[in-house]
Design a protein around this ligand. Structure first.
Ligand code: 4FV
Length: 250
């Protein structure tokens, strides 16, 4: 997958993409990440990229020209065809694992990082295919959200996670929250690992882990259960858990 990131601060992407899994994926050409400085496409003598909002109001707005010019050049660079063009903004679609899986099937992504109050609406109307929000809060820029999207999407590209780790068991992969994990030592400061995990009985371990995922999801994010395909076994477990909870003097 090729990922072009349009930003006023390309230096912000250096270290996050030069470590661990993303670095290895780039070295193995599973992903190619390019940062493009929008300011390089500002044609005015002071290379400004923002201006005051028409209609008044506080803050500055990113001008259309540098972005349209940048896109023209990017189209040339990419043989006239651009993939999904994603603008990071609080008004965007909430970013989810499902969205990450969908984007991971693309050959080419363009991520547009805004700053200031936002970007001139003519950019959104003419150049953008997707708007993504990583959460209901306001950041100083779209760079951190862009890094989040690149990280989550890259994990969904076959081969990026390597054998050891599989995305299949991730939280949200099948819609549930992940079960608790334990590793050595068996006991630490008197804190023991659940015996079931030391039993070697894979079916019992699988059932225990599914029960833990259902319990955690019921406790912390019950709304997620609506989107999960529940087996007969899951429904039995949830009924038992709900009876347990109903039994409690809450
Ligand atoms: C944001 C978010 C976000 C808004 C103004 C950048 C900032 C500034 N992007 N999810 N939450 N963007 O806060 O994606 O331009």
């Amino acid at each position: 997958m090729k990922i072009d990131i349009l930003t006023l601060f390309p230096e912000m992407f250096v270290s996050p993409f030069n470590a661990s899994i993303i670095k290895r994926a780039r070295e193995r050409n599973l992903i190619e990440i390019n940062t493009i400085n929008i300011r390089d496409y500002s044609r005015n003598k002071h290379h400004t990229v923002d201006d005051t909002p028409f209609g008044g109001g506080a803050g500055m707005v990113m001008m259309p020209e540098p972005l349209f010019e940048c896109f023209d050049h990017l189209k040339e660079m990419r043989g006239g065809q651009l993939g999904r063009v994603i603008m990071m903004c609080p008004q965007g679609q909430p970013f989810t694992q499902e969205y990450a899986k969908e984007l991971a099937r693309e050959e080419h992504l363009v991520l547009v990082c805004g700053h200031y109050e936002g970007i001139d609406e003519r950019v959104r109307e003419n150049l953008i295919t997707d708007e993504i929000s990583i959460g209901d809060y306001v950041l100083t820029g779209g760079e951190l959200p862009a890094m989040v999207v690149v990280d989550a999407v890259s994990r969904m590209i076959p081969g990026v996670l390597g054998e050891a780790a599989s995305a299949e068991e991730d939280s949200f992969y099948h819609g549930l929250l992940e079960y608790p994990h334990y590793t050595k030592p068996r006991e630490y400061r008197g804190l023991a690992v659940p015996d079931i995990l030391l039993s070697g009985h894979h079916e019992n371990i699988r059932r225990w882990r599914r029960r833990q995922s259902l319990l955690r999801t019921l406790e912390r994010r019950p709304e997620l259960l609506k989107g999960v395909e529940l087996s007969k076994e899951d429904k039995k477990v949830l009924r038992e858990l709900l009876e347990l909870l109903q039994g409690l003097e809450l």
